[in-house]
Design a protein around this ligand. Structure first.
Ligand SMILES: [Mn+2]
Length: 336
């Protein structure tokens, strides 16, 4: 394991650094990555952000987005950067399978691997870990890493603040989840002082929908929402055909599951979507109900207690049947 003073002395001279984050990056994945990027380039390092796959259009406005390399679109270049890196930062994930084929390249690289993450059960592949499941976002931990671990608060600037604010805002559900504690609000205030325009960031992320996305949302809510009152559960299912009909792109389905959870009395919400190769599930819950346990036990996935995901090899209809069936096992907890 690397000590903080070893990291500081490494960062005292220019390094070749790769920052990577999870498959289908979300606001926290991109916010934490581009925030750390903006810090490291200021320190004079050679830095690249490599994402395993593409990410939603409503994150493309972020500072230095044009410097991001998408692995699926530039595999050779990405592989070379990973192999030649001296340090690799792994942000917002903690098992190498979360970054697809890129994972084995990272494992094989001689670079020091530094994990900054807030998910459960980290895999042991790293040389340094700044990890806490109590953090509301990886971006919160990047802030903590720069300001409190490296004591480099004087390097904070508008670009860093903008990216980190985006990560914290999106992963905390705009500061409404229990994980958004007083410390998170203090960090947000700091980021605003450093130049983050909170109103503008919110607008760019959330008031940036395509017409298709909004009409698709309307379809999901009026035609596809199923409320199971007896188990306080709401389900929205979507077929391949519907995705095609509304011309759904990466990011368009994001957050729809939260509408299902917003129905009064609902404790568990599922968004079940038929992708080309498998059926994907996205679960949200309130209170102590363990959405991640369901994903881990039945759907090859996991996540946080109140926000988790997974997939099924069954077809859509059978996946929904399996899901409804397992609710009986959780009935006591759901009705609590
Ligand atoms: Mn996150």
């Amino acid at each position: 394991m690397l000590s903080v003073s070893e990291i500081k002395s490494l960062l005292a001279t220019p390094q070749k650094i790769v920052i990577t984050t999870h498959h289908k990056p979300d606001g926290d994945a991109m916010g934490s990555s581009l925030g750390l990027y903006a810090y490291l380039i200021q320190k004079g390092h050679h830095v690249k952000v490599i994402t395993p796959t593409d990410y939603p259009y409503f994150l493309h406005w972020m500072p230095n987005n044009s410097d991001v390399i998408i692995f699926t679109e530039a595999q050779e270049e990405a592989a070379k950067l990973v192999a030649e890196a001296s340090m690799i930062f792994c942000l917002d994930f903690n098992t190498l399978s979360r970054i697809n084929e890129l994972g084995e390249l990272v494992r094989a690289s001689a670079a020091y691997k530094l994990m900054i993450d807030h998910h459960l059960e980290p895999e042991d592949f790293d040389d340094y870990r700044h990890w806490s499941i109590n953090a509301c976002a990886a971006a919160q931990l990047v802030y903590d890493f720069i300001v409190n671990v490296l004591k480099d608060g004087s390097f904070m600037n508008k670009d860093i603040a903008t990216c980190l604010y985006t990560g914290i805002m999106t992963d905390s559900g705009s500061f409404r989840f229990p994980s958004a504690d007083a410390t998170v609000y203090r960090i947000a205030a700091d980021l605003i002082d450093f130049g983050a325009e909170h109103w503008r960031i919110h607008q760019l992320v959330y008031d940036n929908a395509t017409e298709n996305r909004l009409r698709f949302l309307g379809h999901c809510l009026s035609d596809k929402l199923e409320i199971l009152r007896e188990s306080r559960t709401a389900i929205i299912t979507v077929t391949q055909d519907e995705l095609r009909r509304f011309n759904i792109q990466t990011g368009d389905t994001e957050g729809i599951v939260n509408y299902a959870l917003s129905v009064n009395g609902i404790k568990l919400a599922a968004f079940i979507i038929e992708r080309t190769d498998k059926v994907k599930l996205s679960l949200r819950s309130t209170g102590d109900f363990p959405a991640n346990e369901i994903c881990k036990k039945y759907f090859n996935g996991g996540g946080h207690r109140n926000a988790a995901g997974g997939y099924s090899e069954q077809n859509l209809e059978d996946t929904v049947a399996t899901f409804k069936q397992l609710l009986t096992e959780y009935k006591t907890q759901l009705l609590q």
